[in-house]
Design a binder for this molecule. Structure first.
Ligand code: FAD
Length: 386
């Protein structure tokens, strides 16, 4: 059976997130975008609302929500500001492998305190020389008695300067490629950890992005998540769940761009009529609306599959690839509809366009998403009727 109605609970979550976006996020968006500063107070309020811990089971103090529920919340937060939303979202990216693969002791030790007091987490996979090909990572974790000795540098780490703990992927033996990768839960207060200055980015400027350096950091052996040789699988499993959550951020950005463009088109007069009456402008608005709708449906399907416990790598990649490209197109067209005004800092549409770009890059680039889709597609076509 297919249905698109939200449940009363989902409508309530949507309303709560929309209110938060309007009352807490929107008033500070322009300032943090301009200054490139991290809105700690907004983060604290978002944590209080439970937006940092939607997937954490209630027994550890989280919200116990599903991936689809969370996508409904996420669209509203991203509609306010994608940079702020992504800063909230990254904690889920780091917590999800613990929820899925952690021991009971690890869940008690890390999830409970994270839920009960304001905390931030980061996900450390990428390095300067290693982005799309994480199996070639250079950060090492060598077992030494009761500790792993962690050495290396991670790059592009969202919340890197503010995290209470990092979920770090490292190799026990670079020659083993993906089979050598492990994941470690690394409290940021351990000796030997430092981070770089915030990276001055084109968009999503309210998010904090830094390098994080680990120098002879002694990580207790009991902070190993799952077994050795399992780290790569865990990193990928987390991405299948979180890609729909990033994809829905694209829907949020694009929705805001469409709303602004439609309002502007109704007010702006050229050739004696509002530009919304020119068919070329109407077609742009119509394309924006249909592509947003299509992206949302792809995301909802990928999220629904995740909630059913069905492997969704292909659908998550489709949702992420389509939604990211859609957001880039829609925000670019919103600037077009604003004309010269769209190209200035006087109106918010240029920010939406800058914020959209990086969604085609992080959580797997547009090209890598297509590789994931094609790989599975080619396997599936071996089983067709003809
Ligand atoms: C703002 C921001 C926040 C981020 N946050 C995090 C974070 O919190 N944690 C984290 O671990 N990482 C994070 N990242 C890193 C991000 O995931 C990587 O930037 C991304 O995976 C791409 O890696 P790269 O930048 O090294 O590009 P590269 O891998 O060098 O790719 C460069 C280009 O080559 C293409 N390419 C590469 N390989 C192939 C191939 N096989 N076939 C076709 N094309 C290919 C890519 O698609 C891309 O167009 C963040 C990045 C940014 C910009």
């Amino acid at each position: 059976m297919i249905g698109f109605d939200l449940t009363p609970e989902q409508k309530a979550l949507q309303g709560e997130a929309r209110r938060f976006s309007k009352e807490v996020i929107l008033p500070v968006v322009a300032q943090h975008d301009r200054d490139g500063t991290f809105p700690v107070d907004v983060m604290e309020k978002a944590h209080q609302q439970g937006f940092f811990t939607p997937l954490v089971p209630k027994k550890y103090g989280g919200q116990g929500l599903g991936v689809l529920d969370n996508c409904i919340i996420s669209e509203e937060l991203a509609a306010g500001c994608m940079g702020i939303y992504v800063s909230i979202f990254v904690s889920t990216l780091a917590l999800y492998p613990i929820i899925r693969f952690g021991t009971e002791e690890q869940k008690e030790r890390f999830l409970k305190p994270f839920c009960s007091k304001f905390s931030i987490a980061s996900y450390c996979l990428s390095e300067v020389t290693v982005g799309s090909d994480p199996a070639s990572m250079r950060t090492t974790a060598i077992l030494n008695g009761n500790h792993y000795l962690l050495n290396g540098s991670k790059m592009w780490i969202t919340n890197g300067g503010y995290a209470d703990f990092y979920l770090v992927f490292a190799t026990t033996d670079p020659a083993k490629k993906h089979k050598g990768i492990i994941s470690l839960i690394v409290p940021s207060k351990l000796e030997g950890i430092s981070h770089g200055e915030p990276i001055d980015k084109m968009g999503q400027r309210a998010s904090n992005t830094t390098s994080v350096v680990f120098k002879n950091v002694r990580v207790p052996k009991e902070n190993l998540l799952g077994g050795e040789g399992e780290g790569f699988k865990k990193a990928m499993a987390a991405l299948d769940i979180t890609r729909p959550m990033i994809a829905i951020g694209s829907v949020g950005i694009a929705r805001s761009a469409l709303e602004l463009a439609a309002q502007y088109a109704k007010k702006r007069i050229q050739f004696g009529v509002p530009i919304a009456q020119h068919q070329a402008v109407q077609f742009m608005l119509a394309d924006m609306a249909k592509d947003i709708e299509a992206a949302r449906l792809l995301v909802w399907k990928a999220a629904w599959l995740a909630d059913q416990g069905v492997r969704n790598s292909k659908e998550a990649a489709m949702a992420k690839a389509f939604a990211a490209d859609m957001a880039m197109r829609v925000t670019t067209d919103a600037v077009q509809i604003y004309g010269g005004m769209g190209y200035t800092k006087w109106h918010p549409v240029e920010k939406l366009m800058r914020d959209a770009k990086v969604i085609q890059i992080y959580e797997g680039t547009a090209q890598i998403m297509r590789l994931v889709i094609a790989r599975q597609l080619l396997q599936e076509t071996e089983k067709t009727l003809f």
